[in-house]
Design a protein around this ligand. Structure first.
Ligand code: NI
Length: 161
């Protein structure tokens, strides 16, 4: 089982490199990512979170499940929606459970990328899926959800992490 990296690990702050080889190793990596995510009841997991600095993520949220490789995100509806958000890489130091805070995210997005067989994928999303895509794409750029919080909110989270 791949270990999930926590805030403080430099890999989470490093912009990830594009995936290049669409081979068996990549397919195994995706399977490993799903396994690591499900083991901790996560709804999304990006490469850097298991120490793989590559542009891909997996997700399983609100009945929508999949993976995206080299995703490019476009905001279709910038209307900010505030909702609780947490991250497997930002756990409470005491309990090990993810810390949650209300995060403002765009209401609607489209992600375009590739699947494990290098076929083009394009998904338009709203609600929790749109939130998830923004959160996971941020991971690929070395960003965490605490970066988009108001400073005092971020401070509260970082104090416990
Ligand atoms: Ni996360």
């Amino acid at each position: 089982m791949r270990e999930i990296r926590a805030i403080g690990d430099p890999v989470l702050r490093t912009p990830a490199e594009p995936v290049e080889g669409f081979d068996r190793e990549l397919r195994k990596l995706i399977d490993d990512m799903f396994r690591a995510m499900y083991a901790v009841n996560g709804v999304g997991l990006a490469g850097p979170q298991i120490g793989v600095s590559r542009r891909l993520f997996v997700y399983d949220i609100s009945g929508r499940k999949g993976h995206l490789i080299n995703p490019v995100l476009t905001v279709d509806d910038p209307d900010p929606i505030l909702d609780e958000e947490g991250c497997l890489s930002v756990p409470d130091r005491q309990t090990g459970q993810p810390l949650y805070a209300p995060v403002a995210r765009a209401a609607g997005v489209t992600v375009e990328g590739l699947d494990r067989l290098e076929r083009p994928v394009r998904i338009t999303a709203r609600g929790s899926l749109a939130r998830c895509f923004q959160h996971e794409t941020d991971h690929l750029d070395g960003k965490l959800y605490v970066d988009v919080l108001p400073k005092n909110e971020a401070r509260k989270i970082l104090h416990k992490a």
